[in-house]
Design a protein around this ligand. Structure first.
Ligand SMILES: [Fe+2]
Length: 282
């Protein structure tokens, strides 16, 4: 608790460049928090946004679409839920243009490969640096178009080497994958992870976005669904610390070896289809 309070006060001082003695601790905290609760950018009327959940891996999948042109994309689909996702897409009269991943996941098998089978015409996407196969290998600053809407690809490595964040500036939203979670971040101890790289990615690419942007992570383990740039800059218990403190925290998490990694990573390298057919036949 003491650490959190100190973090808040330090952030307040940085935000407002006020001296130690000019504000009481409680007043400065309150001002910082109210400043963080800025109004988000409203979605335009032709933009569809849906957030879906996989309770097994606590993964969020996002469906975005241009309502008028009926073109949709799906971010981070999970293989166990592709029937649900494809049914919703069809019920809404949408065409799935792309199924894309924020990174090569280690905790679940991606649904992109099976979605391509269920919804022909859909193409898979992932960053080239992920090392995975897909129809489209994304480069930094690429644009992903669906209808008149677009996502920008920001490289945010550190959780894995190939992590990216997708930003839709018109709607004021970013999909951060595991680079930034709500009050947390992805682990950095496998798949080419690096705490130094992750810290720099978040500070240079995500914390420099407008403060009222909504941030949607790839996971949440406590039922939270969304945060903002301002909130995380103020309240993230890891990423508000110094680089040295952050590296120290990440190197001492002592997390268990991920249960699904030996199955998920080989499958996700080939768009989620490796071994799936063989297993079903057994
Ligand atoms: Fe991950």
């Amino acid at each position: 608790m003491q650490v959190l309070v100190e973090t808040l006060v330090n952030q307040c001082r940085r935000f407002y460049k006020i001296g130690t003695l000019t504000m009481s601790r409680s007043l400065s905290q309150r001002k910082c928090l109210s400043n963080a609760l800025t109004e988000s950018v409203p979605f335009s009327r032709d933009f569809l946004f849906r957030q879906y959940f996989d309770p097994t891996s606590s993964t969020y999948t996002y469906l975005l679409a241009d309502v008028k042109q009926q073109e949709a994309i799906l971010i981070d689909p999970v293989i166990d839920w592709v029937e649900r996702d494809s049914k919703i897409i069809q019920e809404l009269g949408l065409r799935l243009k792309y199924a894309l991943n924020t990174h090569m996941h280690a905790d679940h098998i991606t649904g992109t490969g099976r979605l391509k089978l269920l919804l022909p015409g859909c193409q898979s996407m992932i960053s080239r640096t992920s090392g995975a196969q897909a129809d489209v290998l994304l480069e930094p600053d690429d644009r992903i178009n669906f209808g008149r809407h677009l996502l920008e690809v920001l490289p945010t490595p550190g959780h894995t080497e190939g992590c990216v964040t997708y930003v839709c500036r018109e709607q004021g939203v970013a999909f951060t994958g595991d680079a930034l979670l709500i009050r947390g971040c992805g682990r950095t101890d496998f798949q080419g992870g690096s705490p130094e790289t992750l810290y720099n990615s978040v500070h240079s690419q995500i914390f420099t976005l407008p403060e009222n942007y909504r941030l949607y992570p790839a996971h949440d383990y406590s039922g939270r669904t969304v945060t903002t740039v301002a909130e995380e800059k103020l309240l993230n218990p890891r990423l508000t610390r110094s680089l040295d403190d952050f590296v120290n925290i990440m190197k001492n998490l002592n997390l268990a070896y991920p249960k699904m990694i030996d199955k998920a990573v080989p499958a996700n390298k080939v768009c989620g289809l490796y071994g799936v057919c063989e297993e079903k036949e057994q």
